[in-house]
Design a protein around this ligand. Structure first.
Ligand code: SF4
Length: 478
């Protein structure tokens, strides 16, 4: 047990940085509530891979040094007093500053002092959360030695005094938050809030206040700015005058403001606003979507599935290039290019429709990965007359919809919009990565087949969804 004067919850921990960077209310709630949240499957996968990375680092260090595992703050101090070479899962506490931390390793330096070291999946030491966490360990050790990071790409880097200002800001902010009796006032952030465990706690509060940040395209800082001139609810914003509406952060220029005012009206009434006539390219459309795994050992994204839906766009017309693992990455890429040539020969002029920029940027990355920028098919795909068509563009450029996000699923699943439902309700891009990881780990052939069929089914529904979106746009807005 820790000899604490403060309850453990009120101590500042390096792991608080993740919540703190995301949202100050989130870290306040972490410290003031006793919510026990289930970790979702994707985050669990990240935790598991992180633990594997830590275990690999531990094995490496064990090959070189005598490694001792600590089981308490007192034990960590005793091991440091003994001068052991490496302490695994060290526990450090500074009651005066209210800091506690568990660095993966403490490594004895030639000076006799210890350096904190952490294994991190990230490929960059510039991530704010890594810098603050390692900086806190340095603060707890109270010496001048830099901290060591074993990064996910195999590099070992050090972080020294340059990270001190960040650590100071974090500690001051955390001390303020810990002393606050009420949760801090914040704004809604669609990207952060919808994946936050406190979503159901905060969301009704934002709705009750009609917080402007609930609107797509209205940043929290714009909401704060507009509140100062008396526009603090969606209703007030919806009835505001475009001519006199002041500029606000990320909300400048009449085009953007006009769109945001319509977004407010759409939020209140469910009405769809058409800004311009939708124009779609001529040709034979083939719908296209990829599934890729960011969690490969090299951290180079591996596309395990390139999926297509060609005319006449029935379920049976779904085609896919599948690779079992990243050792088949290159043949999979070549099969994709061959497939493209086949469609080009069959359907000229071809429109290769996808949603968002991810597919195009992935083709670009693969061309770079295999030094194929001059390949004729690659040049056709990425050149001036590219057949690739991002369907998010006609939506964002021409329509204001009663949505908070303009992702494919937001639009397609909405009953008043495209109203297409995926067969597997819980499927998503992260779900697909989790299923693929299970596929990689599975040893039973039938289980592997089952998982593959599930992933293929999800991708098939993705390309059917973009087809349904195309039909919806043609039917209502052209
Ligand atoms: S739901 Fe949003 S506002 Fe609430 S704690 Fe989470 S990130 Fe912060």
């Amino acid at each position: 047990m820790l000899p604490l004067n403060k309850p453990a919850q009120k101590l500042i921990k390096p792991s608080d940085t993740i919540s703190w960077i995301s949202c100050v209310r989130r870290v306040w709630l972490d410290k003031h509530q006793t919510g026990d949240f289930e970790v979702n499957a994707f985050n669990q996968l990240l935790i598991d891979i992180g633990l594997e990375h830590e275990a690999a680092m531990l094995a490496k260090l064990q090959n070189q040094y005598d490694v001792h595992k600590a089981n308490s703050v007192k034990h960590t101090h005793a091991l440091m007093q003994q001068g052991v070479a490496v302490i695994y899962q060290a526990r450090l506490l500074d009651e005066q500053q209210g800091l506690i931390g568990h660095p993966d390793f403490l490594i004895r330096h030639a000076s006799g002092q210890y350096q904190p070291a952490d294994a991190k999946l990230s490929q960059s030491e510039h991530k704010k959360s890594i810098q603050i966490q390692l900086g806190l360990y340095r603060r707890l050790l109270d010496n001048e030695l830099p901290a060591i990071v074993f990064l996910g790409d195999g590099r070992t880097v050090t972080l020294g005094d340059e990270i001190n200002p960040l650590v100071d800001d974090f500690i001051v902010s955390m001390q303020e938050l810990l002393s606050m009796p009420q949760q801090p006032a914040v704004h809604y952030s669609h990207s952060k809030c919808r994946i936050c465990p406190y979503y159901t706690h905060c969301r009704p509060q934002f709705e009750a206040k009609q917080d402007l940040s609930l609107l797509y395209g209205v940043h929290g800082s714009a909401a704060s700015h507009l509140a100062k001139v008396g526009i603090s609810t969606i209703s007030q914003f919806a009835s505001s005058d475009l001519e006199t509406l002041p500029d606000a952060p990320y909300l400048k220029g009449s085009k953007r403001k006009h769109r945001s005012i319509l977004q407010a009206k759409s939020y209140l009434t469910g009405e769809i606003f058409q800004l311009n006539k939708v124009e779609l390219p001529e040709g034979t459309w083939v719908h296209f979507d990829i599934e890729d795994n960011p969690l490969t050992p090299t951290r180079e994204r591996h596309v395990y599935l390139w999926g297509f839906l060609a005319p006449p766009y029935n379920k049976d017309n779904f085609e896919a290039i599948w690779t079992d693992d990243e050792t088949e990455d290159y043949p999979g890429w070549l099969d994709f290019l061959t497939k493209m040539d086949g469609y080009r020969a069959q359907y000229a002029p071809l429109v290769f429709a996808h949603y968002s920029n991810h597919e195009r940027s992935t083709i670009k990355k693969y061309a770079q990965r295999y030094a194929m920028q001059n390949d004729a098919t690659v040049q056709w795909l990425l050149g001036h007359d590219s057949p690739l068509f991002d369907m998010q563009k006609p939506v964002l450029n021409n329509l204001v919809l009663p949505l908070q996000g303009y992702g494919l699923k937001d639009i397609c699943k909405h009953p008043a919009l495209v109203n297409f439902q995926w067969e597997n309700e819980e499927s998503s891009a992260q779900w697909s990565v989790v299923q693929f990881s299970r596929f990689l780990d599975a040893t039973d052939a039938r289980e592997k087949q089952r998982l593959k069929a599930e992933i293929l089914g999800y991708n098939r529904d993705d390309v059917i969804a973009t087809r349904k979106l195309e039909e919806w746009l043609r039917h209502h807005f052209m």
